[in-house]
Structures are given as structure tokens and as C-alpha cells.
Ligand binder design. Structure first.
Ligand code: GLC
Length: 345
């Protein structure tokens, strides 16, 4: 932020502050303000993006939203598997009962003054066969955008969780551009979040091309480095992850520098492109030791905040959970790493 202010001052001092530049400045402020409202968030993971809510052990409860707001979080990211609840042939109608359930979750968040981010999550068909799925992807966004057009502007849309595999940079840039233009017809100023390919990897930011004329875009990335630490014993990444069990993160100079250099790479790109950054997922799986998880989480969180990067921890009450829903209590070490002002009680 400081760098941007200094740069702005230099531009003014040089007398080159044309109408165009002023316009750019105003656009920048919108998206940056929008991003600052996300602030500190948590993902309501393993609920609405499971094949059916409850199948992955999480059903959203009203109480969760009280807990989250009460602990000092300012936003929730709500991953949603729309593709499982919409027709597979045109016009790809979304199931009404499912839509009502997502409405409920969004309203729970908004009524507690939490920013709500709703995305398309685990749309596995599109990363396997993007060309075949493009029309359906856009039809889903048309319906979602029309449905939420009158919701408060503290509801944001995120186009697609972790584009990867056959959804190449070239295709993703095209689909994202079309989705943004389509959403803009019904939601002219709503915050829209977009991330790069390779599972929202920082290294692919340089290949992300966004419409220049949109004032309300936020760029997201996911952060799970070192992967052998954060995904040790994670069955969904393959059997090799068992060999990573016991990997610690103690915060050595090298470990800290690695994280800093990744975040610096991200922020440098963001500054060059005058776009705000949202770290939409980061976390370490519950099979890692708690002391390491707490240290890593606190470090990544604070380094992100130093750079004006908003964030959402992955996730609330499943395998990475900051909250233990079976015991009905916060995992204090993790909560304190995320919201240090929360104290240690
Ligand atoms: C991605 C996946 C999610 C997984 C998380 C951590 O968001 O979509 O299912 O739990 O990353 O690996």
C-alpha cells in the first residue's frame, strides 16, 4: 500500500496526472476497498462443495456464523458445487432447493456483517473437458448472477476454484473474460474474484489476463507451501503423502524466506497490474503437528497482512479445521494464529 501511495505522489509531482490516470486511480480504489472488507476470512469448507451437503462430515449450522463473527473474522468464503445441482443439458437449470440452501448460507453471513464470497467449486467436468463445458459454465454464472443481482454489495462472486489441468491459461483467460462481461450485465459493480490456473498458483499470475476496464476485480491465489508439510497424510493428493507425515515447520530462516519470496512474487505482479490480492485458501492439514501448524499459519497470515493481502483460512471445521465441531470448541492455537487479538483463553 505504501509503495502505491508513494507512486501516486510521484505521478502527481511529475505533473503527468491526466484524466486517464485519475480514472485509473478511482478504479483502483474501488477494488482495493472491496478487498479490504474481506479482511480476515474463513472457508466454510467440506459443506456445500461436497457432492451432497453432509457427505464430507459438515452441515452448515446457524451457530457457526455466530462463532465466526464473534471470533473476529470479517468474511466467509462459501465453496459451492453448483455443477452437481444443475441440469447437464441446456438451459442447465440450477435446482431450486439447492439454490435456497445457498441463499440461506449467504444470508446468515450477511446478517452478521460478514462479507460472503460464493464461488463455483469442484466443477470437475470443466477441468477435464473445458470446451464441452464452457456453455454450461457461463449458463451457471448467468443464473447465479441474475438470482443475486439485488443482494447487498458485500456478497462477492468468485468465478472458479482452482482452474487446472485442461483448463489452460489461454482457455481460462477467455472464459473468465466472458463470465465477467456476462455477470456485469446484471451486477455492474459487484466484487468479482478471479485466480490463475495451476490450482490458483502464484507462479501462474503472470499468465492471467483480465479485462482492463473493470473496476471491481480482485485477484486470488491459494497458498499451501511447503506442500509436503501442509498436505502430509492427505489421502486426496495420493499415497505418497503418507511418506510426508512427521514433516515439521519450525520457522527456520530458510522456511520463512521461502514464504516471503512467494508472497513478494505475488505482490510484485499485483502492484504492476494495480490489482488487489486475496489469499483465498491457506492452511495445514490436521495430520501435521499442532505447534508447526500454528507457527506456519501465524507466519503466512501476518506476512500476507503486511502486504495488504486479504485472506481466508482453509477451513472452518473439517480436516484443517480451526474449530472442532465434535468438541464444540475452537482450536485455540490456530485461532490465535489467525486472530491474535482474540487472546489465549
Ligand atoms: C482445494 C480443494 C479442496 C481441498 C483444499 C486443500 O480447495 O478444492 O477440496 O481440501 O484445496 O487441499
Amino acid at each position: 500500500m505504501r509503495i502505491r501511495i508513494v507512486l501516486a505522489c510521484l505521478v502527481i509531482a511529475s505533473g503527468a496526472f491526466s484524466a486517464d490516470k485519475r480514472q485509473e486511480g478511482a478504479q483502483e480504489k474501488n477494488a482495493f476497498h472491496c478487498n479490504s472488507l474481506i479482511g480476515r476470512g474463513v472457508n466454510l469448507g467440506n459443506a456445500l462443495e461436497a457432492p451432497e451437503e453432509g457427505k464430507w462430515g459438515v452441515r452448515l449450522e446457524e451457530e457457526y456464523f455466530d462463532l465466526i463473527a464473534g471470533a473476529g473474522f470479517t468474511s466467509v468464503r462459501i465453496p459451492v458445487r453448483w455443477s452437481e445441482h444443475a441440469d447437464v443439458t441446456a438451459p442447465y437449470t440450477i435446482d431450486n432447493a439447492f439454490l435456497a440452501r445457498v441463499d440461506w448460507a449467504i444470508k446468515q453471513a450477511l446478517s452478521r456483517k460478514l462479507v460472503a464470497i460464493v464461488n463455483i467449486h469442484h466443477y470437475e467436468e470443466i477441468v477435464k473437458a473445458p470446451v464441452e463445458q464452457k456453455e454450461r459454465f457461463l449458463a451457471l454464472w448467468k443464473q447465479i448472477a441474475d438470482h443475486y443481482r439485488d443482494y447487498p454489495n458485500t456478497l462477492y462472486f468468485e468465478l472458479l476454484n482452482e482452474p487446472c489441468k485442461k483448463l489452460t491459461n489461454e482457455l481460462w483467460n477467455e472464459y473468465a473474460d466472458e463470465a465477467i462481461r456476462l455477470i456485469r450485465k446484471s451486477n455492474p459493480t459487484r466484487g468479482i474474484i478471479v485466480g490463475p490456473t495451476s490450482w490458483n498458483n502464484i507462479s501462474e499470475l503472470k499468465n492471467l489476463k483480465l479485462p482492463r476496464d473493470d473496476k471491481n476485480l480482485i485477484v486470488t491465489f491459494h497458498y499451501y507451501q511447503p506442500f509436503k508439510f501442509t498436505h502430509q497424510g492427505a489421502s486426496w493428493v495420493g499415497r505418497q503423502s503418507n511418506a510426508w507425515l512427521g514433516t515439521t515447520w519450525t520457522g527456520t530462516e530458510k522456511q520463512r524466506q521461502d514464504i516471503i519470496s512467494h508472497l513478494e512474487q505475488a505482490i510484485q505482479w499485483a502492484n504492476e497490474n494495480q490489482l488487489p490480492l486475496f489469499m483465498g485458501e491457506f492452511g495445514a492439514y490436521g495430520k501435521a503437528d499442532m505447534a508447526s501448524r500454528a507457527k506456519w499459519t501465524a507466519f503466512v497470515r501476518s506476512e500476507a497482512e503486511k502486504r495488504g493481502i486479504s485472506w481466508a483460512y482453509w477451513e472452518f471445521c473439517a480436516g484443517f479445521g480451526v474449530y472442532d465441531s465434535t468438541q464444540g470448541k475452537w482450536r485455540r492455537e490456530l485461532l490465535n494464529s489467525l486472530i491474535p487479538e482474540n487472546g489465549t483463553n
